[in-house]
Design a protein. Structure first.
Length: 194
């Protein structure tokens, strides 16, 4: 399975523009099985080669930066492609009201350090993407977080077991929520491992 997106994986701009609707529909079907809500305002989107490639395609399509932009997009997004022994999630804290969102995020500092996945008795702690600090010095969290969940071979084997109960959550003082991963999501994510 491909683990890094290369320039050769990117569809030329004119072809992508022609096929965009079809390609977006196919990735929506993939994303549906890679998404779960944890608590009232957090949604985790588990990334894959295809979801990240589509994000790069969309950035190139919208910004029209061509070859100069492509290298930057590959550098920015390739770390989000799972490496075969991890799951990688984009976490969105979604609150429509701007004032309520600002107040909530001001109290959510460090949330990226509190994400976890439980498989059996093992708690896999999330590791935030290191591209930049997602909590300000004042303790305000970003509404978008990128988190890696590194698994051991034994944890991968357990995760792959049909019907295995998997819990995803946060143990942050302001946002202590968890959810059981739906079986269809577990099955889809099990394919991310070598």
């Amino acid at each position: 399975m491909a683990r890094k997106i290369a320039a050769s994986d990117i569809i030329p701009a004119d072809e992508y523009a022609r096929r965009r609707k079809e390609l977006r529909q196919s990735v929506v079907a993939v994303k549906r099985l890679r998404r779960m809500e944890v608590g009232p305002v957090a949604t985790l989107h588990f990334e894959s080669f295809e979801t990240v490639r589509m994000q790069i395609q969309e950035m190139l399509h919208i910004e029209k930066g061509g070859a100069e932009q492509l290298e930057g997009e590959l550098t920015a997004y390739n770390p989000l492609v799972p490496d075969g022994h991890e799951l990688v999630a984009t976490v969105l804290f979604e609150i429509d009201d701007p004032l309520r969102r600002a107040n909530f995020l001001a109290r959510l500092g460090g949330v990226e350090e509190t994400a976890f996945i439980e498989v059996g008795l093992d708690k896999i702690r999330g590791l935030p993407e290191v591209d930049q600090d997602r909590t300000t010095a004042e303790g305000k969290a970003s509404s978008v977080q990128f988190i890696h969940f590194p698994f051991t071979p034994a944890q991968i084997a357990r995760f792959r077991q049909p019907g295995e109960r998997v819990i995803v959550g946060f143990d942050h003082p302001v946002y202590a929520h968890m959810s059981v991963m739906p079986e269809a999501v577990r099955q889809a994510l099990a394919e991310d491992f070598d």
